[in-house]
Write a protein that binds this ligand. Structure first.
Ligand code: F6P
Length: 390
């Protein structure tokens, strides 16, 4: 669940710890998806259901449309069984349970403009369904909000990280990121021949909110010449120079990848609020095209990849991650190791306390070996602005 920016990010302060059910007391668990969708969510729900039913004989209830399913009356859910997944949900992106990335149940806007905390409704929904634990598949915003709702409802929670942005703290990989990288790489594979044929500069704007994980990884994989990410400064003059250099060295074209969270040279966000005041990213590609065109003499075209990055057949890596995460999440519930999120480090699944996850998004580490790789390949990643530039 993401929010209109600027949403204050705070660490989770435990008011009280949720009661931890003993394994022999667990009969029913809930699972929900929250925040923006991505590929691999259905694979996580499947893994949770398979493991909980086959190994523990628990009942698994899929909550519809994120936390809304527990807050609305009547509560909205469906029981999940092994045959639920016979139709091949493993192979489908999106979430068959539905999700929501708008609103904050802790501060729900009422029709008269006042705000209400819907924690009591959430707690009552949990009670009505008889849930002993809740597995929440979400990004960093969802982990923060739903963990507070679960605390107030006194229900044990385990988190599973998902987001194409790959910006959840505590994990190197989130479900959905790998498939998004496939989409970005394929887009560059398609843009390169047309760029070469027309001797153009192709600018590909990718998602990622305030982080550059998608741009850096997808840009390297897709053979970009220039990659701009929010974490590294750039100048229009520097990017223009790099394009001119490439063209003077005999290259007929260039590929530029820019993350949607990259600001203008003056430090302004290219994003603008939509009609409902929600922060929407996007637009920096066109800003750069207008700025670069006079300095390069090149014909520039912009492609905004957008929500295409959230769809498509989940990649094998996302299915593996989803499967490993789902099984481990159920194990954490069974062991009473709750208020934790499953995570991927190096070569395996681990788990981390939710309090380490809810501190805000994970930016690109400036020591990320892939930054060295990109520079080693001659990819332009921007440069510091001169101090007294006018
Ligand atoms: O967080 C995932 C993400 O796809 C971002 O990369 C993007 O900025 C945002 O969600 C788009 O949100 P919405 O679906 O609300 O337009």
């Amino acid at each position: 669940m993401r929010h209109a920016c600027p949403f204050p990010r705070g660490s989770l302060r435990a008011r009280h710890l949720p009661s931890v059910p003993h394994m022999s007391e667990i009969k029913t668990i809930g699972v929900l998806t929250s925040g923006g969708d991505c590929a691999g969510l259905n694979a996580v729900i499947r893994a949770v259901t398979y493991h909980a039913i086959q190994f523990y004989g628990w009942k698994v209830l899929g909550i519809l449309d994120g936390t809304a399913g527990l807050i609305d009356r009547p509560v909205r859910y469906r029981e999940l069984t092994i045959p639920t997944f016979d139709s091949g949900l493993l192979r489908e992106s999106g979430t068959f349970l539905g999700t929501t990335s708008r609103g904050n149940p802790l501060r729900h806007e009422m029709p008269d403009g006042t705000f209400r905390d819907l924690s009591p409704e959430f707690a009552e929904g949990v009670r009505q369904l008889g849930l002993d634990a809740l597995i929440v598949i979400g990004g960093d915003g969802s982990m923060r909000i739903v963990s507070k709702l679960c605390e107030a409802a006194n229900i044990a929670m385990v988190g599973v990280p998902k987001t194409i942005d790959n910006d959840v703290q505590g994990t190197q990989w989130s479900v959905g990121f790998a498939t998004a990288l496939t989409v970005v790489t394929e887009a560059l594979d398609r843009l390169q021949p047309t760029a070469a044929s027309h001797h153009r500069v192709m600018m590909l704007e990718v998602m990622g909110r305030d982080t550059g994980h998608i741009a850096l990884n997808g840009g390297i994989a897709g053979g970009a010449d220039i990659i701009l990410v929010p974490e590294l400064p750039y100048t229009v003059a520097g990017v223009a120079r790099r394009i001119r250099d490439l063209l003077s060295q005999g290259r007929t074209h260039a590929l530029v990848v820019v993350a949607e969270g990259v600001k203008t040279e003056d430090g302004e966000k290219a994003s603008a609020p939509d009609a409902n005041g929600h922060c929407r990213y996007g637009g920096v590609g066109h800003y750069l095209m207008d700025k670069l065109a006079p300095h390069t003499g090149a014909e520039i075209r912009v492609t905004i990849l957008g929500h295409v990055q959230r769809g498509g057949t989940p990649s094998p890596r996302d299915r593996l991650l989803a499967s490993a995460f789902g099984v481990h999440a159920v194990e954490l519930v069974a062991q009473g190791r709750v208020s934790r999120m499953v995570a991927w480090r190096e070569n395996g699944v681990i788990d981390v306390p939710l309090s380490e996850v809810t501190i805000g998004p994970r930016a690109l580490d400036l020591n990320d070996p892939l930054i060295r790789t990109a520079r080693g390949l001659g990819i332009h990643l921007g440069e510091q602005r001169a101090k007294n530039r006018d």
